[in-house]
Design a protein around this ligand. Structure first.
Ligand SMILES: CC(C)(COP(=O)(O)OP(=O)(O)OC[C@H]1O[C@@H](n2cnc3c(N)ncnc32)[C@H](O)[C@@H]1OP(=O)(O)O)[C@@H](O)C(=O)NCCC(=O)NCCS
Length: 234
């Protein structure tokens, strides 16, 4: 495989905007989820503003991600992450996210950085960067952000729950809550432990919701839930 060059995108990369959008669209169709649709014009603007990271191999774009700000800059999202299928599972998404995260921290040191995703790979990367899972109520209330979900096929779930939850998991990095033990200093085992802890928390929250829902219908339902205690993740 040829060398992959990672860089902050600029005017020199405008010729790739359309191909990047095509890559995003193909991935959304394959996954069956509607990643918020982007236009080449929007992607071009991000390049010109110096708010995107691009990976190039053999003069072709093979990865991309950009910065969006919400709630008057109080919140930042690193959105539109895409890696070309031929370049996946080699750590490229992790490299791109590391780069865009550092850029976001530099440009917006006070902002909370958040994301919503169904991708386990992205949850793993975010968790390594110091994000923690959170409820949607802790994320931005900026209407324009949530409008981005309209092109997702699960949008009805989000509206039905009054934006309380959906199939995506919300994750947030709050600079005010960071301690000195940043991810960079954690060993691979420690990072894995943190990620599995995060998955377990998610499963526990889900079990709680199931119990609550069935008990609200009829307290006798608790008898039907003995299987819940037997569910094991690992
Ligand atoms: C999601 C995507 C960006 C991942 O790209 P990638 O380059 O293959 O990811 P990486 O190789 O950097 O993997 C990052 C980490 O996730 C893990 N991972 C990768 N795929 C995984 C999966 N399906 N389940 C669990 N973990 C996974 C890797 O093992 C790695 O962990 P490590 O650092 O401990 O080794 C890529 O598959 C893609 O472009 N998908 C389509 C678009 C998309 O879903 N974007 C995200 C929208 S939120």
């Amino acid at each position: 495989m040829s060398e992959i060059k990672l860089t902050i995108a600029n005017e020199d990369h405008l010729e790739f905007a359309e191909e990047i959008c095509n890559m995003m669209e193909r991935a959304a169709a394959q996954r069956g989820t509607g990643i918020a649709k982007r236009s080449p014009l929007y992607v071009s603007a991000k390049m010109m503003e110096g708010k995107a990271v691009i990976a190039i191999s053999d003069n072709q774009p093979v990865g991309f991600c950009y910065i969006e700000t919400w709630g008057h800059g109080k919140y930042v999202a690193n959105s539109g992450l895409i890696v070309h299928p031929d370049f996946r599972n080699t750590g490229l998404a992790k490299r791109i996210k590391d780069e865009i995260f550092q850029l976001s921290r530099k440009k917006y040191p006070e902002s909370k950085i958040f994301g919503i995703t169904t991708s386990l790979a992205v949850m793993k990367i975010n968790s390594d960067l110091g994000y923690r899972p959170t409820t949607f109520s802790e994320l931005t209330t900026d209407e324009d952000f949530w409008k981005g979900c309209q092109s997702c096929k699960n949008y009805d779930i989000l509206t039905r729950t009054n934006r309380a939850h959906c199939l995506c998991t919300g994750m947030i990095y709050d600079p005010a809550r960071q301690t000195k033990s940043t991810s960079a200093k954690l060993t691979k085992e420690e990072r894995w432990k943190r990620f599995t802890g995060f998955l377990k928390d998610g499963a526990d929250r889900l079990k709680g919701k199931i119990k609550l829902k069935l008990n609200n219908q009829d307290p006798k339902n608790s008898n039907k839930l003995s299987w819940l205690t037997k569910v094991k993740l690992f």
